[in-house]
Write a new protein. Structure first.
Lengths: 100, 227
């Protein structure tokens, strides 16, 4: 079986360092292993035909590009779903509310 | 996500749409009742829910346009308020927690509601520039998008009705909802890339030189994190 090489975009690395959930990172690591075998397990995102997406842990999305000739997967971003960001903000607000 | 179409005594249309006239509300009520009789109830009663949803899709989109096109400008104004969407989905989450006792089905429906809410929040943002929205949908593939949207919406309306009328069917329906929501998800990801400023660099394909220069991942991701 031929494995694809995986490369990291600086934005992906930056996203990764900003996420504290160990579970999400472990699931991401497992998903990368799957992508090395078959990069097309995710979904292509027209009109951005160069871009692919796969859901991680229901709370995050991994965006990547497939470079077929070079047999490379370029991980572009690891980004929370919009709702996740909102929930975090709301939870922070509700925790602070009784204090104010 | 057209969940307003759930015919219920607990959700009063006048409260959801305070800016509609009595005539407009009455017309909306009539269309919803007709949809209930012709579409929602037969889907709940059918033995193959997914097939029934696919079969009723054309009729559903027809009634949907009948219900909403006359009040579209008012509806868009309403839909642009993020609080409306948040309150709306919070209400439905509460209903699910109260009425669905099977943990697996409850998890599927709540997860579907989260996806639907994310979809609606992006669409409400996109609606502030209709021209841009229409262009984006055209590029995504309008037929595929609207079809996926309509069947997800129909499945969700039906699952909410089934919670009260025929709880035994919720398990089957929640699996259909999950399948459709998974189909809707890539469209939402596209909206995210289109709208989130932090993801702007993703809209353009990386140059070959940058790919060559990029750091290669060898082994586990955790080795990178520790370095």
């Amino acid at each position: 079986m031929k494995y694809w090489r995986v490369k990291l975009d600086p934005l992906f690395e930056q996203n990764l360092r900003g996420i504290s959930s160990q579970t999400a990172k472990t699931k991401l690591d497992m998903k990368i292993r799957d992508l090395r075998i078959d990069p097309c397990v995710g979904k292509q995102l027209p009109p951005y035909n160069h871009l692919w997406e796969i859901r991680i842990d229901k709370k995050y999305r991994l965006y990547y590009e497939i470079w077929e000739k070079q047999q490379v997967i370029l991980l572009k971003a690891f980004y929370p779903r919009r709702l996740q960001k909102r929930y975090l903000r709301r939870r922070a607000k509700s925790i602070l509310a009784p204090l104010t | 996500m057209s969940l307003v179409l759930v015919p219920s005594t607990t959700i009063r249309l006048a409260e959801i749409f305070p800016h509609l006239t009595e005539g407009e509300l009455e017309r909306l009520r009539k269309t919803i009742n007709l949809m209930d009789e012709k579409i929602f109830t037969p889907v709940i009663e059918s033995s193959d829910k997914e097939e029934a949803i696919e079969q009723e899709l054309y009729r559903y989109t027809f009634y949907l346009s009948q219900a909403f096109i006359p009040i579209l400008p008012k509806l868009i104004d309403w839909f642009k308020q993020p609080k409306v969407i948040i309150d709306f989905y919070d209400f439905f989450r509460g209903e699910v927690k109260e009425k669905v006792f099977n943990r697996y089905s409850r998890r599927l429906i709540i997860s579907a509601l989260n996806v639907a809410e994310e979809h609606d929040r992006y669409v409400s943002k996109l609606l502030s520039n209709i021209g841009e929205f229409v262009t984006l949908i055209g590029k995504i593939g309008s037929e595929a998008y609207f079809r996926t949207f309509a069947k997800t919406s129909l499945a969700m309306v039906v699952v909410f009705l089934a919670m009260n009328r025929k709880p035994g069917t919720v398990k089957d329906l929640s699996q259909v909802v999950k399948k459709y929501v998974d189909e809707l998800d890539p469209f939402i990801a596209t909206f995210q890339v289109f709208l989130e400023p932090e993801l702007a660099p993703l809209r353009k394909k990386t140059s070959e030189t940058d790919v060559e220069k990029a750091k290669e991942l060898r082994g586990s991701l955790f080795e990178i994190l520790e370095s």
